[in-house]
Design a binder for this molecule. Structure first.
Ligand code: SAM
Ligand code: DTB
Ligand code: SF4
Length: 349
């Protein structure tokens, strides 16, 4: 199979996308890796850290989510965190080498009374020299503009699955409301982080349908998180069948081919993946991860474990976009070395 010259397109059809999914695994990975190399350094991976700034008791009924108030998952619900505590967590994330700090709230949408605190968090995290990302649910145009004004770089709002399958998973918010929020984010000049989840009982057509929705937006999301369902006891999807690991890799590869300029994030579910599978994910074109021992409420690999994996694979963490200079890169690498060495030293005593 020859190297394929990639162009950024917004007119993907189901037949074309299904044909990609049905390629022999090696052909698909070769194509994805070839596309990846036309736009990215294949040995750099962006690292983001997540923090739940408001946990649990969410009014939405997303069947995968441990934070929905509709299900009993034994989660302790918490109020909006204090700004100072959020900034401390962001400083900790920076110290272990993260370049983006993503703050998530279990809300249907932010309330007027919470907005001033949220805006202070954005300003504070930005002042620490980190890229800022938030995921707060549905936004109004005014809220979106206020977040952009405060310095929010990315807004995460996932489409989660195809429009056809969506109603089996969420009934309290529509697909078109999600698309409207994404349009506000784009209009306010922020970057979009939007992706979905595998392992909810969706078909191959639904996986293709999700990628078509994302890739046929007027502009591709800059960040495309592909989550493997984290099965949490008490949620309606707790007993879903595991996704075939190769099918998960196929999803990353097809996302990479369809959105060649986007960062594709190997998102939730890494705790359940072995290192070989993660290496295949990077080969398929995934070039972003969540870094740090917790996602929002569930576990993620320890930072030192990830750094050892990066080292074994010859992968370097990516610098922040506006600071992609050598000094900043050196500082990130030093922070990562210190993080790794302190953990190794700790485990040796
Ligand atoms: N409440 C906001 C919203 O849904 O827009 C933001 C937080 S919500 C937890 C962010 C995303 O996390 C969801 O859209 C979903 O894709 C992902 N997510 C939630 N629970 C998950 C799980 N158990 N496994 C994998 N991904 C999950
Ligand atoms: C995304 O796509 N995945 C992240 C982030 N965006 C907000 C969340 C994953 C949550 C996994 C379940 C949990 O830890 O609660
Ligand atoms: Fe609420 Fe977000 Fe969880 Fe849905 S995914 S229940 S909106 S926290």
């Amino acid at each position: 199979m020859p190297m394929i010259a990639s162009v950024t397109r917004h007119d993907w059809t189901p037949a074309e996308v299904l044909a990609l999914f049905k390629l022999p695994f090696n052909d698909l990975l070769f194509q994805a890796q070839s596309v990846h190399r036309q736009y990215f350094d294949p040995n750099r991976v962006q690292v983001s850290t997540l923090l739940s700034i408001k946990t649990g008791a969410c009014p939405e009924d997303c069947k995968y989510c441990p934070q929905s108030g509709h299900y009993n998952t034994g989660l302790d619900k918490e109020k909006l965190m204090e700004v100072e505590k959020v900034l401390q967590a962001a400083a900790d994330a920076k110290a272990i080498g993260s370049t983006r700090f993503c703050m998530g709230a279990a809300w249907k949408h932010p309330s007027a009374k919470d907005m001033p605190y949220v805006l202070k968090m954005v300003e504070g995290v930005k002042a620490l020299g980190l890229e800022t990302c938030m995921t707060l649910g549905k936004l109004t145009q005014e809220q979106t503009e206020a977040l952009a004004q405060a310095g929010l770089d990315y807004y995460n709002h996932n489409l989660d699955t195809s429009p056809e399958f969506y109603g089996n998973i969420i009934t309290t918010r529509t697909y078109s409301e999600r698309l409207q929020t994404l349009a506000y984010v784009r209009d306010a000049g922020m970057k979009i982080c939007s992706g979905g989840i595998l392992g909810m009982g969706e078909s191959l057509e639904d996986r293709a349908g999700l990628l078509i929705q994302l890739a046929n937006l007027p502009e591709h999301p800059e960040s495309v998180p592909i989550n493997m369902l984290v099965k949490v006891k008490g949620t309606p999807l707790a007993e879903e069948e595991d996704v075939d690991p190769f099918d998960f890799i196929r999803m990353l590869a097809v996302a990479r081919i369809m959105m060649p300029e986007s960062h594709v994030r190997l998102s939730a579910g890494r705790e359940q993946m072995n290192e070989q599978m993660q290496a295949l994910a990077f080969l398929a074109g995934a070039n972003s991860i969540f870094y740090g021992e917790k996602l929002l409420t569930t576990g993620n690999p320890q930072a030192d474990k990830d750094m050892r994996l990066f080292e074994r694979l010859g992968i370097q963490p990516e610098a922040r976009e506006e600071h992609a200079d050598e000094v900043h890169q050196a500082a990130i690498e030093q922070a990562l070395i210190e993080q790794r060495d302190s953990k190794l030293f700790y485990s040796a005593v």
